[in-house]
Design a binder for this molecule. Structure first.
Ligand SMILES: Cc1cc2nc3c(=O)[nH]c(=O)nc-3n(C[C@H](O)[C@H](O)[C@H](O)COP(=O)(O)OP(=O)(O)OC[C@H]3O[C@@H](n4cnc5c(N)ncnc54)[C@H](O)[C@@H]3O)c2cc1C
Length: 389
């Protein structure tokens, strides 16, 4: 069911509604999933049924047609509640590649069932074990053979592959030495994993520090119909990059939600915990780090809001999306460290949820893009410094 997109669909009412939904999924729920490395199916279903995962899909394809600011508020609120959007955030934005670069036929075929929640497009296969951040060095190949492409190679950290029907895949269609421009030669495909699994596609889960349903994916002569290629052959990197700004803003919003959770948790603990006959929060050594984390989080939130608003206005937001991700990830990590310290030994106990959220928010210094690579982007593209890699 799409959420309504009327002029009075204000951000505050979305915030309130998401908070009410998340109240049904308390710390005990997330703790249990984390302990068992289990997928939070019930939570994902609830978000889907409320229409939040289709927020960014235009109304003519059955979605809500809301802006990135609305989507950001949804994910911020999920994280502020103590939960995590990582099990399903990709369902909100991966479809953007089809929306912006797909043919009319492809949009008609895939967007309505994605909006209805009947089709899951949750998997995004870019990272490979040998190339890492250097996407242009990826080795997975797609070779044209009649009406199909034949895919061979391997991806790593392909999150939610076991909980998705489709995967957006980036693979090399022209050898690197044969392309005119270094950024060409990669193409984007929709892989229907329902047909592919066991027929050239093999998915192996990775046990990780965070409960992220992440996997390794192997392609062995997997045939994908040529009609599943999005846009022009060889232009895939451009299509993937155009979706990354939206992803960065949404992940930044999750960081802001985490930071708010840590700050609220630390503040209330500092008021209650009495040591040396006084609440620990009376000590400046305890309250100043909380205040500092709050100020940094509020500043980062302004950048996230600015990036989302500019995106909704149709602007190109490379610098703002990257700065929002950098500042928000730093703010959430600072708040996490502060919150753990405020809790002393109890911060390490599972039942406080602090150690879980601490692990979860650490990820954002590395994924979906590492802090160094954002700094390299700002240095080169905003400040005009020489390219460092
Ligand atoms: C839990 C999890 C989920 C993920 N989900 C997905 C997913 O669904 N789909 C997907 O495609 N990928 C996914 N990723 C991959 C993620 O995007 C990458 O881990 C991330 O981009 C960093 O790449 P890498 O791990 O290969 O690090 P590397 O590229 O090997 O880099 C290692 C370190 O070196 C630094 N470094 C590298 N080159 C430079 C340089 N030139 N200058 C300065 N520093 C440099 C990096 O900043 C980093 O700190 C996920 C990762 C994790 C951990």
């Amino acid at each position: 069911m799409p959420i309504s997109n009327t002029d009075d669909t204000d951000l505050a009412s979305i915030r309130e509604a998401v908070a009410a939904l998340c109240a049904d999924f308390p710390g005990t729920y997330w703790r249990e999933k984390d302990r068992d490395s289990a997928y939070p199916t019930e939570f994902v279903e609830a978000l889907k049924d409320a229409g939040y995962l289709a927020a960014l899909i235009p109304e003519n394809y059955g979605g809500s047609g809301l802006g990135l600011r609305h989507a950001a508020v949804i994910l911020e609120e999920v994280h502020r509640s103590g939960g995590s959007g990582s099990a399903c955030h990709a369902q909100m934005y991966v479809m953007g590649t089809i929306l912006r670069h797909g043919s009319d036929e492809q949009k008609q075929k895939w967007l309505p069932p994605i909006a209805a929640g009947d089709l899951r497009l949750q998997a995004f296969g870019v990272t490979e074990p040998t190339s890492g951040t250097d996407t242009l060095s990826l080795r997975t190949t797609a070779v044209r053979d009649g009406d199909d492409y034949v895919i061979n190679g391997q991806k790593v950290w392909t999150s939610r592959a076991e909980h998705s029907d489709l995967m957006l895949l980036l693979a090399r269609t022209t050898p690197r030495e044969k392309v005119e421009k270094r950024t060409e030669g990669l193409s984007v495909f929709i892989v229907d994993m329902r047909e592919a699994t066991g027929n050239g596609l093999d998915i192996r889960p990775i046990r990780a520090m965070v409960n992220h349903s992440t996997t390794e994916v192997y392609f062995n002569d997997l045939r994908v119909p040529a009609e599943n290629r999005i846009g022009e052959e060889g232009q895939g990197l451009r299509y993937i990059l155009s979706g990354m700004n939206a992803e960065r803003v949404l992940i930044a919003a999750e960081c802001i939600g985490d930071a708010r959770w840590f700050i609220e948790k630390a503040s209330s603990y500092a008021k209650e915990r009495v040591v040396f006959d006084r609440p620990i929060g009376r000590n400046q050594g305890v309250q100043f780090p909380i205040a500092r984390a709050f100020a940094h989080m509020e500043a980062a939130a302004l950048m996230v809001e600015k990036a989302a608003r500019l995106f909704d206005e149709g602007a190109s937001i490379g610098p703002q999306a990257n700065m929002a991700k950098l500042l928000a990830a730093d703010a959430s990590w600072e708040a996490a460290d502060m919150c753990l310290q405020t809790h002393g030994g109890f911060g390490f106990a599972e039942e406080y949820d602090v150690e879980r959220k601490f692990r979860e928010t650490r990820l954002y210094q590395v994924a979906p893009i590492s802090t160094n690579l954002i700094l390299a982007y700002i240095a080169e593209h905003v400040l005009g410094l020489p390219r460092s890699y």
